[in-house]
Design a protein around this ligand. Structure first.
Ligand code: NAD
Ligand code: IPM
Ligand code: MN
Length: 359
């Protein structure tokens, strides 16, 4: 298969983890007879430094024309002045809006080998396997903003159409998985949440095989830690989804492990690890690249329909989680490059996890 993939390394550890994921994709292409063309473009702080804009037109056009986009991370202290006129994060938000990727899938499983890395009791982490579907192009992130000396506002608005389309993604996913959907809101306080809850009830009628439950976001933040194995598909609005998924990363053992796929109706999608630019470890070859590599696997699956290749990459990631080497965030001493090399070596293992040359 031929595919044109745009890479957006961005800032901090973004370039380090993106390079690792691209190396894995190149390896997959070579071994499975695919022709992937990569072009790299600027976004975030790096783009502000180069052009003054966090999402230059050339980047937006290239992403719109691509079969899929792989992004590292944006942002960092250099551009974080609260009075700055332009911010790296605006580039990412503008890109999500331009691509129309309204559903952000953030899958999470807890590998038994890493359960001890979690601050939670190991027995609570058994069988944890859920996907958060985060609404990505609405809510407070995209509402009107005002600020003067004494007051600031961020409007949080949702339309029924925006709520419905992301919930449908969630229900479709749930009907292929455990048939359980938790819709998270703050319907006891927020009008947008009451519209969300009402819409969820309406959409649920089309999916009688899926059990719908509602959960308020504050208690959800607690239940996600105390009873994580109860959940299958969790659907929620933009800001709640952002916060809950970083919390969920604590279950998995490191933020550096979690991938995401941002999907819409008209584009192959935007794929990025859920972590940020990690300024505290940038430039040290110390970042965990597994979240970025797992995001590349989601790209193979969702953008290119290459399920077998996606599964091979996921199995290789799992192999490295199981046997190492591990980066510092997982308690190891390996570099980003060593972990990338181990994933690439594991890609060549057969189904019994023996190196292919022994098969
Ligand atoms: P962060 O995710 O960058 O880092 C939080 C902590 O997790 C840090 O201690 C970091 O070292 C660690 N960490 C994150 N990814 C890791 C990895 N792959 N391997 C090992 N350790 C990892 O969050 P932050 O510090 O709150 O934000 C820093 C900057 O990143 C901010 O400018 C923020 O806006 C931006 N950000 C960008 C994205 C994105 O581009 N999608 C996501 C989140 C945050
Ligand atoms: C994420 C990040 C972004 C978000 C920021 C960088 C705009 O935290 O992808 O989770 O809040 O969506
Ligand atoms: Mn986030």
């Amino acid at each position: 298969m031929q595919a044109h993939l745009v890479t957006l390394p961005g800032d901090g550890i973004g370039p380090e983890v993106t390079a690792a994921a691209v190396d894995v994709l190149k390896h997959v292409a070579a071994h499975h007879g695919h022709d992937f063309r990569f072009s790299e473009h600027a976004i975030g702080g790096a783009a502000i430094d180069a052009t003054g804009e966090p999402l230059p037109d050339a980047t937006r056009e290239a992403c719109l024309a691509a079969d899929a986009v792989l992004l590292g991370a944006v942002g960092g202290p250099k551009w974080s002045d609260p009075n700055a006129k332009v911010r790296p994060e605006q580039g990412l938000l503008a890109l999500r809006a331009a691509l129309g990727v309204f559903a952000n899938l953030r899958p999470l499983k807890v590998h038994p080998r890493l359960a001890e890395r979690s601050p939670l009791k190991t027995e609570r982490l058994k069988d944890v396997d859920f996907v958060v579907v985060r609404e990505l192009t609405g809510g407070a992130y995209f509402g009107a903003k005002t600020r003067d000396k004494e007051r600031a506002t961020d409007e949080c608005a949702y339309t029924v159409a925006e709520i419905e389309r992301v919930l449908r993604r969630g229900f479709e996913l749930a009907s292929q998985r455990g048939r359980h959907l938790t819709s998270v809101d703050k319907a006891n306080v927020l009008e947008t949440s009451r519209l969300w809850r009402h819409t969820a009830e309406q959409v649920a009628r089309d999916y009688p095989e899926v059990h719908l439950e509602h959960q308020l976001v504050d208690s959800m933040a607690m239940l996600m830690l105390t009873q994580p194995s109860r959940y299958d598909v969790i659907v929620t609005e933009n800001l709640f989804g952002d916060i809950l998924t970083d919390e969920a990363a604590a279950l998995a053992g490191s933020l550096g492990l979690l991938p995401s796929a941002s999907l819409g109706d008209h584009h192959g999608g935007l794929y990025e690890p859920i972590h940020g630019s990690a300024p505290d470890i940038a430039g040290q070859d110390a970042a965990n690249p597994l979240g970025a590599i797992a995001s590349a696997a989601l790209l193979l699956r969702h953008a290119l329909g290459l399920e077998a290749e996606a599964a091979v990459v996921e199995a290789a990631v799992e192999h490295v989680v199981e046997h190492g080497p591990w980066t510092r965030d997982l308690g190891g001493t390996a570099t980003t490059s060593q972990v990338r090399d181990a994933v690439i070596a594991a890609l060549d293992l057969d189904e019994d996890c023996r190196p292919a040359f022994l098969a």
